[in-house]
Write a protein of this length. Structure first.
Length: 495
């Protein structure tokens, strides 16, 4: 689960943990808080999309638990089936429509059972979804989760219940997310909601609304709470964490602060990182996603100074060509991006760097695609999330540019990116053989009950023999061998 977590168009084994396909469709279990009486109804929730959506499902679980709902992991047993959806590409939406067909059987079997859609697809399609998917009773957008208990009551009367209002200040700041389905070691903390960047290809600003920063005190409190409950790693989440800005005067709407005088009243992302890192020296802090136009040296200096701020930066480039970047409305050039990457290398030399790449954006030529490849060759990313451009209705690109790159060309470019990345990760893993890293043990390896896995600061997964180790423990692991996907090691006394 590193911070930022999306599904690759062409899946291949990656050695660095991400919020990946293995979590898509994950269900969440949750207990009712003490003192809240059961309302006799059970809910089931399934999540898709990015880390922010998974974090939102934990907020939803908390809101429903507070209203007396009990959780179930068996949708056949549920009175309320919820799907928290993603709209980033068409295939994400198609997947959810297929899933809805499956839930039709629940409704048929259990009289009165309700089915609801939450998240980005709900926001994108709104009431239209109710017409297209007859099975649906509830549609709730990302800023409407506090109203869910009321929407359920409304739907129980036989009406279709919809709330897709976007808010300029909702951050669910004081809601304590429910984490019961987690590994008890790592957790997400949302620090901003929405996005103001308006990249021309992207649906997120349309589905999640304006950017808002959450009160830093509630973030630090949540991190402390998690630490006191045994968690040892938090990932601070936002579509663009670098634009985090909170002040008591007008902090709720991040943009208002752009012209505000910088003073001690304002907590920016570098300050927030330090505040969270100081919760405890053995609480690891990760963050995602960084934006090249906003990532400051101050953030990098904070990373360099605090050993518990993990040495991993997710800095999506999207394209290595300035003309394409301009069409994408990314607000930086190839040269600016190279400067930011060099700053990371200079200030945090041991940092691993991940990126996102879109191939086949409108009018991208083969030469322009080669600019992306040359950037990859220059920086040899530890992890690359690759996507073929997919038109999203309502976005600037959909309105202004033609999706003129043939599918087979997109596929070929995608395969080239993936092939180059595969060779880089294998070489990087081979360089790690013989080295010793501190790792945080997270759980049992998917390959064998006799092995555990943990991650180093650079976000690489290392498999070690189980021994007497427990999740949540820090140990030193010496890497003995590797594949292009995995580091295999043993526990040693020290570095
Ligand atoms: N906020 C992050 C940033 O700016 O880098 C990324 C968030 S977005 C949810 C995740 C990734 O999906 C993007 O970085 C981009 O590579 C990819 N993506 C978004 N819209 C896309 C589209 N229309 N077609 C293909 N990939 C897309
Ligand atoms: Fe989408 Fe761009 Fe915002 Fe990322 S920064 S969420 S790519 S609009
Ligand atoms: Fe995330 Fe998908 Fe929405 S990537 S912000 S859940 S469109």
């Amino acid at each position: 689960m590193s911070s930022n977590l999306y599904q690759n168009d062409i899946a291949f084994e990656l050695q660095i943990k991400k919020i990946d396909e293995s979590r898509q469709g994950e269900t969440l279990t949750a207990a009712r808080p003490t003192g809240i009486r059961s309302n006799g109804k059970k809910y089931y929730i399934e999540s898709y999309g990015c880390a922010m959506n998974f974090a939102d499902s934990e907020v939803v679980a908390s809101i429903l638990a507070g209203a007396g709902f009990d959780a179930t992991t068996d949708h056949n047993d549920a009175d309320l089936v919820l799907i928290n959806t993603c709209a980033i590409r068409d295939n994400a939406e198609q997947r959810i429509r297929h899933r809805l067909q499956h839930f039709n059987s629940v409704k048929k079997r259990k009289k009165g059972a309700l089915v609801g859609i939450l998240g980005c697809m709900a926001e994108r399609l709104k009431e239209k979804l109710l017409v297209e998917e007859k099975i649906l009773d509830i549609v709730a957008g990302p800023d409407a989760y506090r109203s869910l208990p009321d929407l359920v009551l409304e739907a129980e009367t036989g009406q279709k219940a919809v709330n897709v209002l976007l808010s300029r200040d909702e951050t669910y700041a004081e809601i304590n997310p429910v984490r019961l389905n987690s590994n008890g070691v790592t957790a997400f903390i949302s620090i901003t909601r929405g996005c103001d960047n308006m990249c021309s290809f992207c649906v997120v600003p349309h589905t999640r609304g304006r950017e808002r920063s959450r009160d830093w005190r509630t973030i630090v409190e949540e991190a402390r709470d998690l630490y006191n409950n045994g968690y040892r790693e938090v990932t601070l989440l936002g579509q663009n964490v670098d634009s985090y800005r909170y002040s008591d005067d007008n902090g709720l709407v991040g943009k208002k602060l752009v012209n505000a005088k910088y003073d001690d009243n304002v907590v920016n992302f570098a300050k927030l990182l330090v505040l969270v890192a100081e919760v405890a020296p053995d609480l690891r802090v990760r963050f995602s996603t960084s934006h090249p136009k906003d990532m400051t040296d101050d953030v990098l200096y904070a990373m360099a100074k605090y050993p518990n701020i993990c040495k991993y930066v997710h800095l999506p480039v999207q394209s290595g060509n300035t003309r394409v970047l301009e069409l994408m409305n990314r607000s930086y050039t190839r040269e600016w991006y190279i400067d930011r990457m060099n700053a990371v290398r200079r200030i945090v030399p041991d940092a691993a760097i991940a990126t996102d790449i879109i191939v086949g954006f409108c009018s991208e030529t083969d030469e322009e695609h080669q600019d992306t490849m040359s950037l990859m060759d220059m920086f040899r990313y530890e992890l690359v999330y690759t996507y073929a451009y997919n038109v999203r209705p309502g976005t600037t690109a959909a309105k202004k540019y033609e999706d003129d790159i043939p599918e087979e060309v997109k596929k070929r470019r995608l395969a080239e990116v993936i092939e180059m990345h595969r060779s880089h990760t294998l070489a990087s893993n081979q360089r790690d053989v013989g080295k010793t890293f501190e790792i945080l043990i997270e759980g049992v390896s998917s390959k064998s009950e006799e092995q555990l896995f943990g991650r180093n600061s650079q976000n690489k997964v290392i498999i070690v023999p189980r021994g007497n180790l427990k999740p949540g423990q820090y140990v030193y692991a010496k890497v003995n061998s590797c594949t292009s996907g995995t580091l295999i090691g043993e526990v040693v006394e020290g570095m």
